[in-house]
Every structure is written in C-alpha cells, then in structure tokens.
Design a protein around this ligand. Structure first.
Ligand SMILES: Cc1cc2nc3c(=O)[nH]c(=O)nc-3n(C[C@H](O)[C@H](O)[C@H](O)COP(=O)(O)OP(=O)(O)OC[C@H]3O[C@@H](n4cnc5c(N)ncnc54)[C@H](O)[C@@H]3O)c2cc1C
Length: 412
C-alpha cells in the first residue's frame, strides 16, 4: 500500500507527529509492535513540565557525586557493568551540565517549552482527552535548608522566562495538600506545569483520534524498515506500506532501527521505575509532589498514587533492579499515608537521552526522506505534541514554529 508517511513508534512523540501530519492532509500509517502509549509514555510521572528550563543535570559537586557513587542518593542508581560503555556519554553529559551551558539549555528548551501546554490542550480538545488534564502546577518539598537554598537559586532565571515559582511555607504547602505530613522544612510551588491522571490514557486518546480521523494504526516491527527506491517500506500485520518519507520516533529503541542504516547518534537511556499505591482512608493528592532529597515524585493517577523514581544508569535491557523504589517507598510513607502496593511488580522504563539533554528533531543525516524525533529524556510526555508540530512543519517545508537548528542530529 502506498501512503505519504510512515511513522514508527506510537508513544507520545510518534502519535503526536502522526496526528499533526494527518491534520495537514497526509495519509499516514503509525506503526508499533504494541498498542499506543504502552511503553515509556505509559509509565512516567504525568507532568506537562512547562517550567523545566533547568535540566536534570549531572552532579557537579564532589559531595553530590560521592553521594551517588556510594549509594547515598535515593534519586540515582547505577550498574557497575554498564559504566565502561557509558563513560564517554557520561563525560559529555557532565560537560553539558556546566553552569554556563545550563543557561544555553534554558534558552533553547524554552523555545519548545513555551508551546507545551497549548499544544497538549489542542490535541486533547480534538481527542476528547481533556478530562485527563489538571492545572495546579507541582509542589517541590525540601527536607534540608541546603536543598531549599539550591531551589531558591533557580527562581531568578525562572522569572526571567516568565515562569511562576515561589517559596511557600510548610503550612501553606499543607494547606494545598492536607494529607502530607510535615517531614519537610521548606517548599516551592511551580504554578505553570499541568499534569495528567494517565499519560498512557492521553497517548491512547490521541492515537484513537488519529485512527478515527482516517489515520492507519498498525501493529508491526520497525526493524523491517527498508529502503525502497527513493522511499521507505515497513511490514505490518496488515501488509507492507511504502512511503516517500518515514519518521523514527521509537524512544529508547530508536538506535536498533537506525544503526543498520549507518546513523550513529549517542543515545543512551536513564531507566526509572514506578509503583501504584492505594491510600489510607480518604487520603489524596491534587497535584504531583516532588520530595527533592528523597529522590521521587508522587502523582495522583487513575490507578492510585504513582511513585516514580529518579535515574538508573544501566543497560537498557538489563534485568530490573528496583532498589530505588524500595528506598524511596520508605521515605514516601513518611510523607504521605500510602496504603498497599496496587501491583505485584514494579514497572520499569527508559528515558531516551542524549548527553546534551536536548532531543533530536529533524532529518536523519545521509538518509533522504528519513526523519528523527528521539531523545526527549525526562520531558518526552511534555514535549511530544510540540515535537509533532515542529517536525510536521519541517517535513511540509513550512516556516517552523520553533527554530529547529539546536535540535539537529548533525550537532553530534
Ligand atoms: C520514571 C519516569 C518518569 C517520567 N516522568 C515524566 C514526566 O513527568 N513528564 C515528562 O514529560 N516526561 C517524563 N518522563 C519521560 C517520558 O516518559 C519519555 O521521554 C517519553 O515517554 C518518550 O516518549 P517516546 O514516544 O519517545 O517513547 P515511547 O513512549 O517509549 O514510545 C516508543 C514506542 O516505540 C515502540 N517500539 C519500540 N521498538 C519497536 C519496534 N522494533 N517495532 C515497533 N515498535 C517499536 C514501543 O512499543 C513504543 O510504543 C519520565 C520517564 C520515566 C522513565
């Protein structure tokens, strides 16, 4: 079957791209080996993190590094055997985390972030998915004066970018979230982010809207992607599709498909875990809450309170080692009346990440008609819809909504 565009990967990124291209009149097939939104886009903390001008940077102080190395930071874990292979990537990540480069990151990322809430709202309205979304920002809690002092340092830059971030008292935090216990000494409220009660549900709603509107949603293996004349083909359960253009939006699996075509990019993964909990009595939360020194986020979701962990450096396919979940659950129980675990096994997923913390959005070097939308690291749920709009602009030859130059694959 001949169509205009093949999109590989039905996570939030690929689904948003497919929907944007369909809206512009293209015939599009969206291919995934699973259902839409069942992988990384299912398991995240559900934040539309409009205010994330500060990246999740590599620790720069010796103390912070030692805390990670010695297992004293519940927000981070690593597998010894993954470190040799990761070393060059980690070095580049460390360099990209220098204070001056963080300012560049903020300037570049804000060009995308400024559109994240509105682009989600646009897709959500079209997809009957607005009921998943809530305003109310997110609350960051600090157990130590040092932690709060570091947080305060972020406010001036945030204000320069028009964001609303302010320190609030413990009492004010408890008024916002009355079921929290005062095990923290300070708090900050970031009002601009939105959040959702089911990131997988949102992605599925966008994909269902795509299918209802004439898009073709197919099961198939992206590893069957092949060059066909000047275009591309992919095999699905309902036959092969051929198109002049194809998009790789395969999140943590992108390099499996790209490497055989000679596309070399430094994509690694930062793994993370989640677990849902019932609550004691009538306890509840009305927004995501970050326990900064505790190294976890708790978010109210349809499936219960979802506790998501920080970063684990390990091989993508290595067996689960949910030690961070074990450690953070103890801290989360101090903070909030969590009940029983609602699932037998922790969920694990992988944040696809480049060392400079920016995604790649644009053409694949040396591969005519092949486009990339990968490496959205900690912010893929946030950035999916604006990535879809930006890539569709580029593919259509329109003036792009955002300057795509900083996201080019050729920067590596
Ligand atoms: C613990 C945790 C918390 C997070 N919290 C947040 C948050 O609060 N806010 C935020 O913005 N981001 C968050 N993120 C990051 C975010 O979840 C990811 O950046 C985002 O989901 C990536 O989306 P994606 O579409 O690129 O990848 P995915 O959602 O992983 O989609 C890739 C798709 O490719 C498919 N696929 C893979 N291989 C093949 C193949 N061979 N053939 C066919 N299909 C294939 C998969 O089945 C999958 O559906 C978090 C991540 C984690 C792990």
């Amino acid at each position: 079957m001949k169509i205009d565009t093949i999109v590989l990967g039905a996570g939030i990124v690929g689904t948003s791209i497919a929907l944007n291209l369909l809206e512009r009149g293209r015939s599009v097939v969206l291919v995934d080996r699973r259902g839409p939104g069942e992988e990384t886009s299912y398991g995240n903390a559900g934040l539309v993190e409009r205010a994330s001008i500060y990246p999740t940077a590599f620790p720069r102080s010796l103390k912070a590094l030692l805390d990670v190395a010695l297992g004293r930071n519940p927000g981070a874990n690593y597998h010894w055997n993954a470190l040799p292979g990761l070393a060059p990537w980690l070095f580049d990540y460390w360099r990209a985390s220098a204070p001056a480069r963080i300012l560049d990151y903020a300037r570049i990322m804000d060009t995308l972030l400024v559109h994240t809430v509105t682009e989600h709202q646009r897709l959500a309205a079209a997809s009957d998915a607005e009921h998943f979304f809530r305003e109310g920002g997110w609350l960051k809690l600090y157990r130590t004066a040092d932690g709060l002092a570091q947080e305060r340092e972020e406010f001036p830059l945030a204000r320069r970018y028009g964001l609303t971030a302010s320190e609030i008292s413990v009492d004010d935090a408890l008024e916002l979230e009355p079921f929290l216990r005062p095990v923290f000494t300070g708090a900050a409220m970031w009002s601009d982010p939105h959040s959702v009660s089911s990131p997988g549900g949102v992605t599925q709603a966008y994909a269902a809207h795509f299918a209802r509107s004439g898009g073709r949603l197919m099961r198939g293996d992206a590893l069957t992607l092949a060059r066909l004349g000047s275009g591309w083909s992919v095999a699905t359960e309902e036959g092969s599709f051929e198109a002049p253009e194809a998009v790789v939006a395969l999140g943590p699996w992108a390099m499996d498909v790209l490497r055989p075509f000679g596309v070399r990019l430094p994509l690694q993964v930062k793994r993370g875990y989640h677990m849902h909990y019932r609550t004691e009595g009538n306890a509840g939360l009305s927004r995501p809450v970050l326990d900064e020194e505790g190294g976890y986020v708790i978010t109210p979701m349809l499936g219960g309170i979802r506790l998501t962990t920080g970063v684990e450096f390990a091989r993508r396919d290595a067996p689960k080692t949910p030690v961070q979940l074990t450690a953070t659950e103890i801290l989360a129980r101090e903070l909030f009346p969590l009940g029983d675990r609602a699932e037998p096994e922790p969920w694990m997923g992988s944040r696809p990440a480049f060392p400079d913390m920016l995604p790649v959005i644009g053409p694949a070097p040396g591969q005519k008609g092949l486009w990339l939308a990968i490496g959205h690291q900690h912010l893929g749920f946030t950035l999916g819809p604006i990535t879809g709009r930006l890539l569709a602009d580029m593919m259509d030859g329109r003036t792009p909504v955002v300057d795509p130059a900083p996201f080019a694959a050729t920067r590596f």
